[in-house]
Design a protein around this ligand. Structure first.
Ligand code: 13P
Ligand code: SF4
Length: 354
């Protein structure tokens, strides 16, 4: 179902903008470097988005890498890939305006075929998702008969449809170790770095026990392990947290390896003077607003796909979405892709917290 007519939001008064800018300031955006002008510019847009969201019965999930004005200004819930997939499924809204990247919005559509799912920045892809097609999975299956295919959620609906179980950074070690209880060989795709990290953690041999694909994240593959020792010297007691898409060399020097949700939980529970979050910069900004008393040493990179969404594109998605923003997954693919996602929910057996 698509919107029948374009609807324009009403305009906020000067007073509305002032109050909304104060609300955004109270969320910690001032501490992130937003000037008064920035806050007023954002406030005009967040006011309109929040008004229109109610009128359109829409919900706005946002990945933790999104810009701070989206996370604190308009998002109804924020989280890692796993949490967003679960919460979208639980939402009673009629439409989902997904602030993230295409594979996340597609996952929401697969789980909610009756809802309209809109990706405000239709060009927001992911280098991992683009590294592999459904045909490649079929070829791997033919080369390794009987080996189950565990697929990272950062993939297209077509690739998910050819998989046995989906995993995210939050549950990949648990799900893979369960698969190894009943299989000698497992195919994991498409992130090669994450695959190498999993092989090491589970004591498995690459190429014989664990079959990998050569996909990589353009953000995490570039972090340099050589500076870690230097940072440990100048920030005594610093906790180094690395996303599991980082290289094994870097991961071997970290205090924690995991997904964005694991990193936030670690910061929440740990009493340490400094933290370094080796991942996309949005997570550090979120951590600075959520834990204002902790110090975050900058070590991050921007993901051009995650940055493609801004408040203007979110407003456009609500007012009059372009057709490329409306997520379409064929019934046949969606039905087949849903099974491995539900298998993940079953095998991860946990509740969604952060
Ligand atoms: P998380 O599921 O850990 O949030 O990761 C998503 C992602 O795209 C990492 O680059
Ligand atoms: Fe994809 Fe990497 Fe961007 Fe995450 S950070 S969306 S894995 S390109």
């Amino acid at each position: 179902m698509t919107f029948k007519t374009a609807s324009k939001s009403s305009e906020p008064t000067e007073k509305d903008i002032e109050l909304e800018a104060e609300r955004l300031f109270g969320k910690g955006l001032g501490d992130l470097g937003y000037s008064e002008d920035d806050l007023r510019r954002c406030a005009g847009l967040t006011w309109k988005i929040n008004a229109l969201k109610q009128e359109k019965r829409a919900v706005i999930p946002a990945h933790v890498y999104q810009r701070a004005e989206i996370l604190h200004g308009v998002a109804d819930f924020i989280g890692d890939s796993y949490k967003l997939a679960r919460l979208c499924q639980e939402s009673r809204a009629e439409r989902i305006i997904f602030c993230g990247v295409r594979f996340m919005a597609e996952t929401a559509k697969i789980l909610n075929p009756e809802k309209e799912v809109i990706l405000p920045a239709p060009q927001a892809g992911c280098s991992l998702s683009e590294s592999i097609a459904g045909q490649d999975v079929l070829k791997l299956r033919a080369e390794h008969p009987g080996a189950p295919v565990a697929t990272y959620i950062n993939t297209s609906a077509e690739v998910k449809a050819e998989s046995d179980v989906i995993v995210t950074s939050a549950n990949a070690p648990k799900i893979l170790s369960k698969l190894f209880e009943t299989h000698e060989k497992v195919i994991f795709l498409p992130d090669e770095m994450m695959g190498k990290n999993l092989a090491k953690a589970l004591g498995k041999k690459i190429g014989t026990d664990l079959i990998l694909w050569k996909g990589s994240c353009i953000v995490h593959e570039n972090f340099d392990a050589s500076s870690i020792e230097y940072y440990r010297k100048i920030y005594p007691g610093v906790r180094i947290l690395a996303h599991s898409e980082c290289s094994p060399g870097l991961v071997s020097l970290a205090d924690l390896v995991g997904g964005t949700g694991d990193m936030m939980r670690y910061v929440e529970k740990t009493k340490a003077p400094y933290y370094m979050l080796i991942t996309e910069c949005g997570l550090g900004d979120l951590a600075r607003t959520e834990f204002p008393d902790k110090v975050f040493v900058p070590m991050c990179r921007l993901c051009p796909h995650m940055r493609a969404t801004d408040l203007k594109s979110v407003l456009r998605a609500l007012e009059n979405p372009q057709s490329s923003s409306i997520i379409k997954v064929s019934k046949e693919i969606a039905e087949r892709a849903k099974n491995p996602i539900e298998k993940m929910f079953e095998m991860s057996e946990d509740s969604v917290s952060r």
